[in-house]
Design a binder for this molecule. Sequence first.
Ligand SMILES: CC(C)(COP(=O)(O)OP(=O)(O)OC[C@H]1O[C@@H](n2cnc3c(N)ncnc32)[C@H](O)[C@@H]1OP(=O)(O)O)[C@@H](O)C(=O)NCCC(=O)NCCS
Length: 142
Amino acid sequence: MAIAFTETQQPDTALLYDLYKSMGLETGGIDNALFSLKAADGNILAGGATLSERYGVAVLDYVAVIPEYRNLNIGRALVEKVLEKAGELNFDEVFFVTKVEGFFKKLGAVPTDEHKELISECIGCRQYMAECRPVLMKMKVN
Ligand SMILES: CC(C)(COP(=O)(O)OP(=O)(O)OC[C@H]1O[C@@H](n2cnc3c(N)ncnc32)[C@H](O)[C@@H]1OP(=O)(O)O)[C@@H](O)C(=O)NCCC(=O)NCCS
């Protein structure tokens, strides 16, 4: 298996957004996407990540890996590559709302009270505080 990490172009960008939605990751955030990265194994879209800008800050509007490719460090590599590109765009930090606090803590993220408007985006979602108890976190860009 050889995973290639590259920036997406259409139609892969749309396929990536479908993948996020299939995992229950849905807000309107990706309308403001700066870029998306994909992790591909040949023609298989194994995962991806999207960086957006809202409220004047960089927002990770998801990272996702399809179940067959999990626990291979693809998610970690995607987040690291997003942070690298965010640095090139002169962001010092990346914010996000997530259900997988443990995954992001391993990558150095910390919970934050800054930019609570990001978590308020969840309020209209039917999963909010039912099966989803999201956490607002941030990561430093090195
Ligand atoms: C969360 C997700 C992206 C992880 O992707 P992955 O490629 O399997 O993760 P990695 O293999 O890079 O894992 C990196 C580390 O995090 C750990 N980890 C992975 N998923 C985890 C989880 N759900 N909770 C806690 N730790 C987790 C791994 O064990 C690994 O730890 P290690 O370095 O000690 O071995 C993937 O499970 C996923 O797509 N989930 C559904 C979508 C989602 O919730 N995305 C986040 C929304 S922003």
